[in-house]
Design a binder for this molecule. Structure first.
Ligand code: KG4
Ligand code: ZN
Length: 344
């Protein structure tokens, strides 16, 4: 079964064709990062206008790359939330138009479920076996940090979540404090990798006895460290290069703190719930030190999607849509977007 996936919840316009929820035939993405970077973050109105310009070319590219026509598509899956309302509406209406015109089933997908299903994607058959239940999934994106126990397809139990900033949001805000630009995650990872070992140590909000996270105190600690350690750039030659080095060392200390908490809680939850596997999902799962730390400390197999499937894409939406269709679900023509949709 070939599912056409469509994703436009934030600043990526994406379409993809996936066979039987796993094999990616195409994964077309137009990223608006360069457009929003000049403002230091996503500007919702600019994002929705750009989606309207990009969606049809991206849809065509997804079909062309897959080497299929619309006549060979069996169903259309689309992100219905959470996300920016104007952005979500573009993808939803295009998906409805295609499905209605071709008489195909339409299925609305929770973007966060999509991130989880990125772990089912393969690029060549037959590929490794699919993830085994029960499993623990850490979903860490720009707006969410959820730790969930998944016992079956569509069966989620929330173990913990961020009480304030999402992990990706913390990366983005700290990056701005350090003058490293948007998006913050890749920028922080890059400069942190340029330091051997950081002399700085930042606090960890353990919130003991829970699987919840908190990153806003860490962000404030970074702010105080920046004010103390990074005074206004001086002109004399001796300090040349020093502000960049200190910024990189603070970035490394911040990343260590986030990785420490996320990895420790994820592995503890997996042991406690006797999970068969750990899955990582969402944009922050692209973070190399986080992936490495969880793989090193987990006693059970860890699935991590390729970085291109961690950040927003439509292949993951097509995959989640396929498994929903397999359970007999489909959406009506009155399907609407829900900007604040939660996983559980
Ligand atoms: O899942 P995603 O693409 O969009 C949302 O659904 O939010 O996640 C975007 C977030 C941004 O906050 C970005 O800074 C973060 O993922 N991110 C990373 C990395 N790549 C993207 N964070 C840490 N390390 C990375 N390599
Ligand atoms: Zn996302």
């Amino acid at each position: 079964m070939k599912v056409l996936g469509i994703e436009s919840s934030c600043d990526e316009t994406a379409a993809a064709v996936v066979v039987d929820g796993r094999l990616v035939l195409s994964n077309a993405i137009f990223s608006q990062i360069a457009i929003h970077a000049q403002y230091g973050g996503v500007v919702p109105e600019v994002a929705s206008r750009q989606h309207t310009l990009s969606i049809i070319p991206i849809l065509r590219r997804a079909l062309d790359d897959a080497g299929v026509g619309l006549a060979e598509i069996d169903a259309v899956a689309v992100t219905r939330g959470p996300g920016l309302v104007g952005s979500l509406l573009v993808g939803l209406n295009v998906a409805k138009g295609v499905a209605f015109q071709r008489g195909l089933p339409l299925i609305g997908v929770n973007h966060l479920e999509g991130h989880i299903y990125a772990n089912w994607l393969i690029e060549q058959g037959p590929g490794p076996p699919p993830p085994q239940f029960p499993l623990i999934c850490l979903v860490v994106s720009g707006a969410h940090s959820d730790l969930v126990l998944m016992t079956e397809h569509e069966q989620y139990q929330l173990l913990g979540r961020s009480l304030d900033d999402a992990a990706g949001e913390a990366f983005d805000k700290v990056s701005r404090l350090l003058g490293l630009g948007y998006p913050g995650g890749p920028a922080i990872q890059r400069v942190a990798a340029s330091t051997e070992a950081t002399p700085f140590h930042l606090p960890r909000a353990w919130l003991r006895g829970t699987y919840d996270f908190s990153f806003s105190g860490l962000k404030t600690a970074v702010l105080h460290m920046v004010q103390k350690e990074l005074p206004e750039p001086r002109q004399d030659a001796q300090t040349e290069g020093a502000p960049e080095r200190i910024a990189a060392e603070i970035a490394a200390a911040f990343q260590e703190s986030v990785v420490d908490v996320l990895a420790t809680k994820t592995v503890a939850a997996a042991k406690r719930h006797r999970a068969k596997e750990i899955l990582l999902a969402g944009g922050v799962a692209a973070n190399k030190p986080l992936r490495e730390r969880i793989i090193q400390t987990s006693p059970i197999p860890v699935h991590v999607p390729r970085p291109i499937y961690c950040t927003d894409n439509a292949a993951m939406i097509a995959s989640a849509g396929y498994f929903k269709l397999s359970e007999g679900r489909r959406s009506g023509w009155d399907l609407d977007v829900t900007t604040t949709l939660k996983l559980v």
